[in-house]
Design a binder for this molecule. Structure first.
Ligand code: 1HS
Length: 255
């Protein structure tokens, strides 16, 4: 049990990588707050995890809203009695070059991926400090590390999350909070579906085949393969790791 007695808040935990991380962290002994803007998805993830005997609570918020996020984070800390771990996993995709993308899509991409990380962290840090320190894991992407055609806003936003992580790590090291960022390669989740459909000219399966061919390991990742890296960063196994960008991408960016 690598997270026994710890309390973790995971954003976007109603589906995809966030849900896998919620299941994994719970199986390692943590109490979990499942934050999602989709209340039904949060309820369903929390009830499945509770059925295993672990503690899990759904909390609803759109992380781009400061009011909703502040309220949800405080509620999570109250329900769990403390907060030690925050996984800023909630994200949205977007496609288009700077010429093609709409201003609305650009703003939404930065509002969720970048501002959401800021707002959730801002609300959670006092609770982590009250618990004597903790671990924050931000979610970036390989799109922050290499150019990907047609991913202008997404790449810009995920690059900002890497830089933000380094700054947060320095600000929070003195109070015992480690801050790291994951850079996953493609994993098939609800976020990826429209991107894959577009890449496959209307066929998600074709899009996934084209994408898998970019990965030296010969396939894209699974949510649990990313969750296991998040578990390492969340746990005391990573006690000397802060400000690090951890790539989990089947060799994609090694090329
Ligand atoms: C959406 C996720 O963060 C991955 S960005 C797309 C990378 S690739 O598989 O299209 O090369």
């Amino acid at each position: 049990m690598r997270l026994k007695g710890r309390a973790a808040l995971i954003t976007g935990a109603g589906s995809g990588i966030g849900r896998a991380a919620a299941e994994l962290f719970a199986s390692e002994g943590a109490g979990i707050a499942i934050l999602d803007r989709d209340g039904q998805a949060a309820e369903s993830a929390a009830s499945d995890i509770s059925a295993t005997g672990a503690e899990a609570h759904p909390v609803v918020a759109d992380v781009s809203s400061s009011e909703e996020t502040a309220r949800a984070v405080d509620r999570a800390a109250r329900l769990l009695g403390r907060l030690d771990i925050v996984y800023n996993n909630a994200g949205v995709g977007s496609t288009g070059s700077v010429v093609d993308i709409t201003e609305e899509d650009w703003d939404r991409c930065f509002a969720v991926n970048v501002k959401g990380t800021y707002l959730t962290s801002r609300a959670a840090i006092p609770h982590l400090q009250a618990a004597g320190g903790g671990s924050i894991i931000n979610q970036s992407s390989v799109a922050a590390l290499v150019g990907i055609p047609g991913f202008s806003a997404y790449s810009g936003a995920k690059g900002a999350v890497v830089s933000l992580t380094r700054s947060m790590a320095l600000d929070l090291a003195p109070v015992g909070i480690r801050v790291n960022v994951l850079c996953p390669g493609t994993v098939y989740t609800p976020l990826m579906e429209p991107l894959m459909r577009e890449r496959g000219d209307g066929s998600v399966e074709r899009g996934l085949e084209i994408t898998a061919a970019k990965y030296p390991i010969g396939r894209i990742g699974t949510p649990m393969e990313i969750a296991r890296a998040a578990l390492f960063l969340a746990s005391d196994d990573a006690s000397f790791v802060t400000g690090a960008a951890f790539t989990v991408d089947g060799g994609m960016t090694a090329q």
